[in-house]
Ligand binder design. Sequence first.
Ligand SMILES: Cc1cc2nc3c(=O)[nH]c(=O)nc-3n(C[C@H](O)[C@H](O)[C@H](O)COP(=O)(O)OP(=O)(O)OC[C@H]3O[C@@H](n4cnc5c(N)ncnc54)[C@H](O)[C@@H]3O)c2cc1C
Length: 388
Amino acid sequence: MEFKLTDSQREYVDAVRALAQKDFKPRALSYMDGTFPWENMKQLAEIGVLGMTVSEEFGGLGLPIFETALILEEIAKVCYPTAMAVLGEAGVQTRIIETYAPRSIRERILPRVVSGDAILAICMTEPHAGTDVANYRTNTRLGMTHARVNGVKTLISRAKEAAMFVVFTRVDDQPGRDGIGCVLIEQGTPGLEVTASYHTMGGEFLHEVRFDNVEVPLENVVLKEGGFRKLMNAFNTQRCLNPSISLGLAEGAFEEAVNYTRQRGIFGKTLTDFQGLRWKLADMYREIEAARSILYRACASANPFPDPLLAAVAKITCNEMALRVTTDAIQVHGGYGFTDEYPVSRFYRGARYGTLGGGATETLKDLIAKRILDGLDPTEGVLSLDTF
Ligand SMILES: Cc1cc2nc3c(=O)[nH]c(=O)nc-3n(C[C@H](O)[C@H](O)[C@H](O)COP(=O)(O)OP(=O)(O)OC[C@H]3O[C@@H](n4cnc5c(N)ncnc54)[C@H](O)[C@@H]3O)c2cc1C
């Protein structure tokens, strides 16, 4: 067991940290109105980050999930909207295209992802079915040469900017989870329309997207019915990358809190002189380190996708930790922490997303409980769950 980043991991982290601290930090507030962070994305494309999960064959770096998580963590330390935009490029949608799309589509879209010219969106959530995936109504009917998609998706990130939508869909009206597959739809295809937009507390917009008799070539149906298990395997990627954003947000807020306690003077002392606040900083740090350890372990389990149990545990741990740490960072700042003059409230607002997207806490707890009840041998104890 080696609890240390490799030299190349450290190089990636340092390069992204330098860029994020120098250029993204001063611009971070300007994205809170929903402006898409194109400048940041362009700079990240220039250093190869947008193609970090794309294989070298298509111009990317072909990095494993661990490196991707480290890079997202650095970006989230200064700018949540940029981290979320990058999650779109480096997250599950790229994995699905890379793993399941035919070569012709991969050749067309992946080099554009790497260069930052193509943003991707993933469409799972429906108005009546978010966690209740077995009730998706979006349906793709297969014809001889083409497929036809009908349905509505909602709370979709980057729908206005996306060049391609990775859409979870029922295939030929097959019922239940087993009837779900995946279709790729390009922006501008007749019948695809963004029909509503919602501004979020994190800054970014989410959108409703409608598919009204959208016709796509059959090759765009990358997974037919029965594909749901494969999609969920790939989705474990998101369950490591979403918490890496939570971790980064907590670290960003923590660093702000440390700096603030050093410079704020009250009662003729600095805040660092108050043991109550020193203990708060110690607790924030302790929580960050504990969450980081489980997240890195979950990332290291990827082959190519992470272990579902570790990913679920890591996701809940980081998401919940980030809520506590960002709240405490605001508390340390007193009333100023509630204003836009200091970045801590933005860290909190971003952290609020963690427990909702990428598998909500409650459903992941169900998954963990099932693994415990199905797999825990009382004579062997926790080790029988086979996480070591
Ligand atoms: C910032 C942000 C970005 C997003 N981007 C995307 C995107 O790009 N693409 C996309 O498809 N979706 C996206 N979403 C939507 C997100 O995936 C859904 O909000 C999420 O899946 C939950 O679905 P829901 O909102 O319909 O909640 P519901 O499914 O209605 O759940 C409501 C509550 O019930 C809880 N619950 C559910 N099942 C159980 C259970 N068995 N026991 C106890 N409690 C339960 C849930 O955890 C939740 O707290 C985004 C959401 C946010 C906040």
